[in-house]
Write a protein that binds this ligand. Sequence first.
Ligand code: HEM
Length: 204
Amino acid sequence: MRISLRMAGAFRAVVHICALLPLIWLYLRVQSGQAGGDPVQYIIHFLGKGALNLLLLSLLVTPLVRVLKQGQLLQLRRPLGLWAFTYACCHLLAYISFDLLFAWRLVLDEIVKRPYLVLGMSVWLVLFALAITSISAIRRKMGKRWQQLHNLVYCATLFAGVHYYWSVKSEVIEPSIYLALIVFLLLIRAKIYKHKWRFLWRLS
Ligand code: HEM
């Protein structure tokens, strides 16, 4: 069965609802004092993990489209990417406001001092560039350079996985699983590109 335009629209709405609900859930949990002994860490971790999960989901779309042969699903990459950026912004804001109380000097000192924060910052900058250039008019103006810029998402996801791995002190099992999953997805992507290049090579 082919997914119609209307169904793809419904899937997009599901993505928006599924990404918004955890934020409401987090707000209610913090409000009701159920965010553990250290609510600030709870919020930062929840939002960081959310951003990474959404980024991973956006990378999963292309292999899924190839397996299911449903091109319409490609439309899900944009909302997933924009939600990943939204979570990353909230993660950064929670850290700067609740943890560092907007002490900008301290924010700069911390970021420069800790390599895992430099990585986090670079991931955020890439997501910011991708979000801005996802506006249709800008996309059209950029032409071929748009795809080149958006390929940075693979690098950003790998960096986000390393940022997570580096941020934990002892429990490395979960971040290691995330890193393995990211590398696996990047390898699938590399294989898809190799096929494309071979195909174009044969045509030329
Ligand atoms: C904008 C710059 C960023 C800053 C300043 C930042 C800061 C932090 C901090 C302070 C922690 C907690 C470390 C601790 O436990 O002591 C953390 C954890 C984390 N961050 Fe970031 N981050 C940034 C960007 C990102 C981005 C863009 C992502 C994902 C796309 C991300 C994903 C995560 C994850 C998954 C964790 C671990 C959460 C957990 O332990 O459950 N961060 N980050």
